[in-house]
Structures are given as structure tokens and as C-alpha cells.
Write a protein that binds this ligand. Structure first.
Ligand code: SAM
Length: 287
């Protein structure tokens, strides 16, 4: 079997599976799998479409294709994904970073205070996606920073550390902590994409989230418990006029805004995502 025939058969299988799993992107995913296993670029594969696949490579491809056909996220199968301008290792220990989270990075950069050294805390850092994207941008413009990312899951902390090395951003520090538990200093900005899905949400049975750990997805009180906890605790860990930026569910904006009490917070606002849904709520500490 050659590249072209394999792509045709693999796409046909995934198109068939798509009937029961609309999250599959048949041709695109088949191409990604073939590129991954052969270590050839898309253009090389198409230029040399008649290349025969040896038995070992075919076996490998079949195993990965079956995983994808069973709905496993392509990022977990490949072990990596792109976020911002980073290539990140991913693992089933934490969430696969989503494009909408890049809006949180953009909003944070727009509000970056101008001082000699900015201090930023990323709560629930996972792969380190937000912390490392901010570090990459600050580094580019010569801004000194201290960026600290924490996660409850020790394996996620190790993953974030590996991603720091992989992206040449070893200045970023990562540590295990349940939210602020092991945080002993103040920051100019706190960013977080915490778990915010209601445990009863039926979307948990669909698409990529079926394979992601519940520890990165769900929160008590209809998904609001962690958002509320972070907003309550943040003032103790922010410098004067420090910013807090939080990602949340598309229907949670109004309630999240209400958690920012008027006596403590100002400039409370919600920013919409690429699908025009409320996604990021942010506010500045008054004093
Ligand atoms: C929605 S994921 C976000 C991951 C990453 N920041 C991103 O945007 O792709 C939430 C993360 O919060 C972590 N988490 C859950 N509970 C936590 C807690 N009590 N303290 C710290 N991190 C927690 C999870 O392990 C997970 O990595």
C-alpha cells in the first residue's frame, strides 16, 4: 500500500465514523497521522504519493488510526499541539490547550504593567500554555519577568517544566499547589483557566473532553466553585492595581462578573471568544 492509498482508506474510515462522532476531521486527521508516522511533510507526502509503506509503518499507522477512529483527540495521539507560537507536549494528565485560551493571553498582554520586572501567576497551568506564551512575548520585547505557574496535579507540573525546556523558556517556574496553597508572594497579574464545567453537563460525553481528566474540566457549584475561590483569594496575592483574568464557560459571564465585588475591584469586563461567546472576565484591584 502506498501513501495515497492509505490516505484514501484512512479518510474513508474516519468519514464513516464521523456519522456518530461529528468531532472527527477525517482528511485532515488522516494526513496528520501519516505525517507523524513517516516524519514527512504534507508536501513531501503529496509529491511522493506512490511511496510504498513497509509492514512496520503500516502496523503503526493502523494502531494510531484506530485510536483516532475511537475518538481519542489527535493531540493525545501525536503527543503534541500548537498553542500561540509554541509547540507543546500534551498528555492525558491535563487539558489540551484550546485556541480560545489565546484570547486570555492577548488580553493579559494588553494590560501588562510597565515596570522593571513584572510578576505573573498562572493558576492551573496544565501544559504551561498561558505562562509560557506570556513569557515568550515578554522575552521578545526585552521585558524582565517572574512567571510562576502552579497546578494541583504533579504530572501536569512536570509536563509544564518539560514544555519550558522544549520552548527555551526555562525562566518560568512551575510548582505543585492547590490554587494559592503554596503561593507566598504577590503578583502584578494573575491569570487562570480553571475547571469550570458543571459536572452534570452532557457535553462531557462528547468529543475530546471524554479523554481529558475530570480534574481539569469540572468544578462544584455548577462549575463556579473554582472561579469563585480564585476571585475571593486573589486580592491577597495581588499588588496594588493588579489584574485578574479568568477564562470561563460561555454562559457564565454574568455570574462571574457578579463575584467581583465593587468595594475591591474596578474595570470589570468580559471579552468574547472567536465564536462570539463571553469567555474571559477580567478586573483590576482597586488598591
Ligand atoms: C482547564 S485546565 C487549564 C490548563 C491550562 N492552563 C490551559 O489553559 O490549557 C485546568 C487546570 O487546573 C488544574 N487544577 C484543577 N484543580 C486545581 C487546584 N485545586 N489547584 C491548582 N490547579 C488545579 C488542572 O489540573 C488543570 O491542569
Amino acid at each position: 500500500m502506498n501513501y495515497q492509498q492509505w490516505l484514501k482508506d484512512a479518510s474513508a474510515l474516519l468519514i464513516e465514523k464521523r456519522k456518530s462522532d461529528p468531532y472527527l476531521n477525517a482528511k485532515f486527521d488522516a494526513n496528520l497521522l501519516l505525517q507523524f508516522v513517516t516524519q514527512k511533510s504534507k508536501s513531501q507526502i503529496h509529491a511522493f504519493a506512490e511511496t510504498e509503506l513497509d509492514e512496520k509503518t503500516l502496523e503503526n499507522l493502523t494502531a494510531l488510526l484506530n485510536r483516532r477512529a475511537a475518538g481519542e483527540p489527535i493531540a493525545y495521539i501525536l503527543g503534541e499541539t500548537e498553542f500561540w507560537s509554541l509547540n507543546l507536549e500534551v498528555s492525558p494528565d491535563t487539558l489540551i490547550p484550546r485556541p480560545d485560551t489565546e484570547i486570555l493571553v492577548e488580553q493579559a498582554l494588553e494590560r501588562m504593567p510597565s515596570k522593571d520586572c513584572v510578576a505573573i501567576l498562572d493558576l492551573g497551568t496544565g501544559t504551561g500554555a498561558i505562562a509560557l506564551s506570556l513569557a515568550q512575548e515578554l522575552k521578545k520585547c526585552g521585558q524582565n519577568f517572574r512567571i510562576f505557574g502552579v497546578d494541583l496535579m504533579p504530572n501536569a507540573v512536570e509536563l509544564a517544566k518539560r514544555n519550558a525546556v522544549r520552548n527555551h523558556l526555562v525562566e518560568v517556574e512551575f510548582q505543585q499547589s492547590s490554587w494559592f496553597e503554596n503561593v507566598n508572594e504577590k503578583f502584578d497579574m494573575i491569570v487562570s483557566n480553571p475547571p469550570y464545567i458543571d459536572p452534570k453537563d452532557t457535553h462531557l460525553n462528547q468529543g475530546d473532553v471524554r479523554f481529558e481528566p475530570l480534574s481539569s474540566l469540572i468544578a462544584d457549584d455548577e462549575g463556579y466553585a473554582d472561579l469563585y475561590h480564585i476571585i475571593q483569594q486573589a486580592p491577597q496575592y495581588l499588588n496594588a492595581k493588579g489584574w485578574l483574568l479568568l477564562e470561563h464557560g460561555w454562559q457564565q459571564g454574568e455570574k462571574v462578573r457578579s463575584f467581583f465585588t465593587e468595594n475591591l475591584w474596578e474595570m470589570v469586563a468580559t471579552v468574547r471568544d472567536y465564536g462570539d461567546n463571553e469567555r474571559i472576565t477580567l478586573a483590576r484591584l482597586k488598591r
